[in-house]
Design a protein around this ligand. Sequence first.
Ligand code: PA5
Ligand code: NI
Length: 183
Amino acid sequence: NPDIFLPPQVAWATGALAGGPLIRKTTRLADLPGIFANSEAWKCGDPQQSVYDVDVLGSPVGEGALFVGVTHLHAGRVGDEFFMTRGHFHARREQGEIYFGLRGVGLLLLQTEAGDARLEQVTAGSVHNIPPFTAHRLINTGSETLSSLAVWSSIAGHDYAALAEGFVLRVFAAGQGIEVRHD
Ligand code: PA5
Ligand code: NI
């Protein structure tokens, strides 16, 4: 029926997006210098290894327009530290964001401009309302890919430089469990 638009689809079980224009950005180990605590372990890793892939549906940009995308954060570690995204504030600090856990297990690390940090557990079906003025990073604490759908303002932008000092919390594998360390 020509009156009915067939929208893009997300496969809830995998986070795969299809049926629309898609832009994929892959972030490899080589793209993340200074991010992980153990720089020697980072140097020993395969620089070409994909740490995470972000798929974003092509959509209009401008005041009020929203983006939707899926981050696939692979399982892995640098030394004992779990794979994670670079993390960022939005350039437009007042813009929040919504994350939904789709598959895998991990943590969403949130940090305010004052440097107060907290962790939310990410699982299939979890809903995360990232407040304004709050930096955010995904951490994969599991053994399969962590996939998370995000919705954010097209005007939010990414400010990576503001986090040059990094987040105040780090998450490491410890035995069968995890250990949270405060820098
Ligand atoms: O908009 C977001 O917050 C996400 O889509 C992230 O950009 C994505 O998870 C990748 O993280 P980062 O931009 O910190 O590399
Ligand atoms: Ni964001």
